[in-house]
Design a protein. Structure first.
Length: 322
């Protein structure tokens, strides 16, 4: 017996209040943008600059112990990551400690680095410091610019891809959904002031791909049904298509969320921001593929038949019920 989240012939009316859903989505995007402009993001070391200290010890790395030793130094954002490598010896336990640049300073000072080393030696006398590297504000600024360009180019590539595969109305709907997902993800990080680093940029690009996959599945079925039911109203075709793909959409989202929630609970502090962004992205991506991308398609209208030219240009696009 197969597990079903929805009955096989479900008939939910997703577009009964489609204008309200578009309005709610638009309001959330405005709030997210306003939060970003007013509060900004809590940039991590990748974007603010700082220093990375590589340590080595014959004993296993204890992240909590390392962090506790440095708490009294009041250094702000500190990231401690254990490094795994199959080439390491059994008594070679390596950690990377990343310290953000302090206010009004180009980089972490020598005195600060020496204080960190002294604090760690207080809890691990046998610890060794194998390297110290700094990232200045200039490099961090370039990373911010490059990250923004990466996200914009990804969305632009999606626009071209959907335009070529479907029609421009589908492309606009898909891109609106992607902008919605990215902006809401940035907004939640701004609202909650969660650390924003390069891992979150990777999460944003992953969210773009995930949301696009959901949207294309729905759009493929919409295109098939538009050819199959040429006399049906566009709203009916969209509802039918989403109901037909609903089980697949939610099964994919739920199984993905189960893995992500496990990582969020058990994965530790290092990947928690990335996993949180992914969880949020899966939720808003599933929502946007129905209530943003499809609703935008309903608003714009779409050609009813791609295989044959329509002799009556006036009937080229479907009538849309308010």
């Amino acid at each position: 017996m197969r597990l079903r989240l929805f009955k096989e012939n479900s008939n939910f009316d997703f577009f009964k209040h489609w204008k309200m859903w578009l309005g709610i989505s638009g309001l959330m995007m405005v709030i997210a943008f306003a939060s970003f402009m007013i509060q900004g993001l809590n940039f991590g070391i990748d974007f603010r600059g700082g220093t990375t200290i590589r340590t080595e010890s014959p004993l296993a790395v204890n992240v909590a112990e390392y962090r506790g030793a440095m708490e009294t130094l009041d250094l702000g954002d500190i990231t401690i990551t254990e490094v795994f490598d199959p080439t390491f010896r059994e008594d070679q336990n390596v950690a990377m400690i990343r310290i953000q640049a302090q206010d009004e300073q180009e980089a972490v000072t020598v005195d600060t680095i020496e204080a960190v080393q002294a604090a760690l030696k207080g809890v691990r006398p046998d610890i060794k410091f194998t390297s110290v590297e700094s990232v200045g504000p200039k490099v961090s600024g370039e990373l911010i610019q490059t990250a923004a360009i990466a996200v914009v180019l990804a969305i632009g590539a999606v626009l071209i891809y959907i335009w070529l595969r479907f029609e421009w109305q589908f492309a606009v709907g898909a891109v609106l959904a992607l902008v919605h997902d990215v902006l809401l993800t940035i907004g939640i990080f701004s609202e909650l002031q969660i650390r924003f680093d390069l891992a979150i940029i990777a999460a944003l690009l992953t969210i773009v791909g995930y949301s696009l996959n959901d949207t294309v599945v729905v759009f493929d079925r919409v295109r098939e049904n538009l050819r199959k039911y040429k006399k049906r109203d566009l709203k009916e075709v969209l509802n039918l298509s989403i109901n037909e793909t609903m089980s697949r959409t939610f099964m994919t989202s739920v199984t993905t969320l189960l893995a992500l929630i496990a990582l969020f609970v058990l994965g530790g502090d290092v990947i928690r921001g990335f996993v949180f962004a992914m969880i949020w992205g899966v939720i808003v991506g599933t929502y946007s593929s129905i209530f943003v991308a499809s609703a935008a398609l309903l608003y714009l209208g779409v050609k009813r038949d791609w295989s044959k030219p329509d002799a009556n240009a006036g009937n080229q696009y479907a009538n849309i019920d308010a």
